[in-house]
Design a protein around this ligand. Structure first.
Ligand SMILES: [Zn+2]
Length: 326
């Protein structure tokens, strides 16, 4: 190496390193997932996700104040209904957990962007993401109930609906129903590349949404495929998605990078429950440095191209940012 070429010079001091750093995280780019339970006075820790809770709407104030105080961008809401049936009718109940929470948050914490997960698996007795026919999810019948659920969220005041079901044509269908009902300004965040992943394990305990038979491989994507994700993303853009999402995040950074390359819209990454619980469990055993792993994981997801990040570590990350540690 010629002596004029010394890349290490750029790493000489903390000040120069900070100046030359390529990736910074803003709290406004973080989205915190919240599990909303029906009922009163519920704040219940999720066993498989230490530090994460199911809340009833009347117990949300504390966490919402904290999120706003840390300037976190928004929340992604999941409903945990008391009543489940074959077709998941609680999903579009205007007094359901999610709908009530949306109204409450928009009224009392207008700083937060409110995004709602739109899927059927939390609401169906069988735990699949749609309407069953011959033990398989029927695509087009599912579109109708998804649109009903999305519309009920929009009516409650959601800024954005996020269909996570992976049915064909759902983005276009939901867009049309929203527009027809006067919700042209409600955004759609599409779970475009959602993989059939074992990283969702702890979430299913949290939301009580494990399928009672079979798996979701007939509608979610094969972890072996990358090109397929790009086709899904292209379709969702064509159908009018405002934001595209890749899920999970850490094991799919190549997909995230490629998604960002082809997309002319913001790309979100969802760092899922398994990513969270693995860090928590390993840190508890003293195998890893929890703080450093949380920071490094988030930085790498943004470096790969994420414009925003849905993460159970949103509060920790925002505190690091506030303390000048990230
Ligand atoms: Zn689902």
């Amino acid at each position: 190496m010629k002596l004029t070429q010394r890349p290490r010079r750029l790493r000489r001091s903390p000040q120069i390193r900070a100046m030359a750093r390529e990736t910074y995280i803003l709290p406004q780019k973080l989205i915190y997932p919240l599990f909303i339970a029906e009922g009163e006075n519920i704040k219940e820790e999720i066993e498989a996700m230490p530090g994460q809770y199911r809340f009833s709407v009347d117990r949300l104030d504390e966490i919402l104040s904290e999120l706003v105080g840390l300037k976190i961008g928004g929340v992604l809401l999941f409903g945990i209904p008391n009543y489940k049936d074959e077709c998941g009718s609680s999903a579009w109940d205007e007094n359901g957990a999610v709908q009530t929470a949306v109204k409450y948050i928009k009224q009392n914490f207008p700083q937060l962007v409110v995004i709602t997960d739109v899927c059927m698996c939390e609401y169906t007795s069988h735990g699949h993401c749609g309407i069953l026919e011959n033990n398989d999810v029927h695509n087009d019948k599912t579109l109708e109930v998804l649109a009903k659920a999305a519309l009920s969220h929009a009516k409650a005041g959601a800024d954005m609906v996020a269909p996570s079901d992976m049915m064909d044509g759902r983005i276009g269908y939901i867009r049309e129903v929203l527009d027809k009902n006067g919700f042209e300004n409600t955004l759609i965040m599409a779970y475009s590349a959602k993989y059939a992943s074992a990283f969702y394990g702890p979430f299913r305990e949290a939301a009580g949404s494990a399928p009672s038979f079979g798996d979701r491989a007939s509608y979610q994507m094969d972890p072996a495929n990358g090109d397929e994700a790009l086709r899904e993303i292209a379709l969702d853009m064509e159908e009018g998605a405002d934001i595209l999402m890749v899920k999970p995040a850490l094991a799919y950074l190549d997909v995230l990078y490629r998604a960002k390359e082809i997309s002319d819209r913001p790309v979100a990454a969802y760092s899922v429950s398994g990513e969270y619980s693995m860090i928590k469990a390993a840190a508890e055993k003293g195998f890893i440095d929890e703080k450093r792993i949380i920071k490094e994981s988030a930085l790498c997801i943004f470096r790969a191209g994420a414009d925003m990040l849905i993460t159970y570590f949103a509060l920790e990350l925002a505190k690091f940012i506030q303390d000048g540690e990230l």
